[in-house]
Structures are given as C-alpha cells and as structure tokens.
Design a protein around this ligand. Structure first.
Ligand code: PAF
Length: 282
C-alpha cells in the first residue's frame, strides 16, 4: 500500500491506473479506523481494482471545536489496518493541502441537510459536502463507500452527487456493531467501560421498540424509546426522529411511508460523547 500526502501525487498514481483500464473505489474516512471502516475497505477491494482510502480529519464539518480536538488520531494504526485489508492507497493530506484557501462554497439540500443532525450541528453537512466533493474530484472514483451508521450523511451525499453530476455509484454498507450491539464508531474509544455498557443500551432499546411498534402508534413508540434511554444513567437523548427513510421527512403514522427509520442522537457520560444510531421499522 502507498501512503500519499499530496493531491498531485494522488492524481498521478490514479492516472496510471486508469490508463491500464483499472476501476477505482474510494472510502472516505477521518481516521481512527475500526472494524466498521475495515468492512467498507474490504468491500471496495472486492469490487474495484484500486482502493483509495482517504484519512482526513476534516475541520470544516466540526461545529464544536472541542469535539474536533478530542477526536482520536491514530495514523500509524490506521495504515496497519489498511495494509491488512489490502487497500491500494492511503491518502492522508494535511489541512493546508485540502484547504489552501478557506472553502466558502455553500451546499443546500433540504430537507436532508436541515433536519436532525442538520438542525443540531449547523454547518456540519456543508463541511461534509465541501470535503467529499473535493475528494470525488481528485479521485474520480467509480464507486464510493459509506457506512449506513451515518444514515443521514448518505442521503445528503446522494443529493450532492445528483446536483453536481458526479458519475459514480454510492455504495451504502451495513452498520457494524460490537457484540453488545453498540454501533462501531471512532468516538467509542473515548468512552469509559461503564459508559460503553450504558451506550450499548441504545441499540437494545431501539430493537425493543420495534416489537412495541407492532401494536402501538408511532408517537407512543418514539416517546417510550426516549423515556427508556433517558432512564439509563449516563445517557441523555438529544433527539429521536422517526422519518421517511428516503426523504428524511418526519412521518406521523406507520402508514405514511414504505420506508420508516428511527434516527437517534444520545449524549453519553460526563464529557459527554455524542453517539448516533438508527433503526429500520420498515
Ligand atoms: O463519515 C465520515 O467519516 C466523514 O463525514 C467523511 C465522509 C469522511 C467526510 O469527512
């Protein structure tokens, strides 16, 4: 695997691969890689001749500077994992390489980027679109792989791809969970063992809510899930929205759509660490 730090070197390497007719998969990451990322990389390696994994802690998508400072940085271990997964290129640029000038572009894809995370983290999806659009134009991948854990992010990126006319396939990949059910996330390493146990309750309560949904109204299910999670010490729900899985608009009854997904954000512990997860009702 080659570790590349500049856009020019990345472009040169990919031009050579393309000249040989090779297909390219891109896995964008912010580093602190775990088994969830590894599953995306393995899938890309299976489906493409060349797999580029970007490792870039993108400052423009952090509306909370403390969150950016706390974010784990583990480049050496990341590269070791990517070698194991047989990635072809790790692209690990500096902030100056990606943003030689401040990026003033504004992206707007309502309601996908205005609800839920969009409402609670102003500017977050704008920063995601800034960096992902840059990565797409450097790499020009045939396929780009994103974890479904960031369910809303995929909806926003799909809109951006349509808007800007990128010719690539977005490949959503299933959430990878720890044995406890906790969705794998780079932020999990910031949890104490006790907080980690509490955090695992998020998914088990969401799972229970699916059974409860069989004979209860949507609003009852939503309120009960919030109450049950808030009863766990260390956890505090920021929002729990039950939405149309395609448009991300709120739904009010189980008959409102063929695709219904519950998306949750929970604060965990003293620091606190912000965790997201979701569950598909139908
Ligand atoms: O999902 C992430 O890790 C980030 O939002 C992404 C897509 C790598 C952009 O920085």
């Amino acid at each position: 695997m080659k570790v590349i730090n500049t856009i020019q070197a990345l472009r040169d390497e990919l031009a050579a691969a393309r000249a040989e007719g090779k297909t390219v998969g891109l896995v964008p990451t912010m580093g602190a890689l775990h088994e969830g990322h590894a599953s995306l990389v393995r899938r890309s390696v299976k489906e493409n001749d060349v797999t580029v994994v970007s490792i870039f802690l993108n400052p423009t998508q952090f509306n909370d500077k403390g969150d950016l400072e706390r974010y784990p940085r583990t480049l050496e271990a990341d590269c070791a994992l990517l070698e194991q997964c047989r990635a072809t290129i790790a692209f690990a640029p500096s902030v100056e390489e990606i943003y030689p000038e401040p990026d003033t572009r504004q992206f707007s894809y309502p309601p996908t980027d205005t609800v839920m995370e969009g409402a609670h983290r102003p500017g977050h999806f704008n920063g995601v679109c800034q960096v992902v659009s840059k990565l797409f134009s450097y790499v020009e991948p045939d396929r780009a792989y994103f974890g479904e854990k960031d369910f809303q992010q995929i909806a926003v990126i799909r809109r951006m791809v349509d808007d800007l006319g990128f010719k690539l396939q977005i490949v959503p990949c299933p959430v990878v969970r720890e044995r406890s059910g906790l969705a794998m996330s780079s932020r999990n390493t910031l949890l104490t063992p006790e907080e980690r146990r509490a955090a695992a309750r998020i998914y088990s309560i969401l799972e229970e809510s699916k059974d409860y949904a069989v004979d209860h109204e949507l609003e009852e299910v939503r309120e009960r899930a919030i109450r049950r999670i808030n009863e766990v010490s260390e956890l505090e729900v920021e929002y729990y929205s039950i939405v149309d899985g395609n448009t991300l608009e709120d739904v009010h009854s189980w008959d409102d759509s063929d695709s219904i997904v519950g998306c949750i954000t929970v604060y965990c512990g003293q620091k606190p660490i912000r965790l997201i997860d979701h569950i598909r009702y139908k």
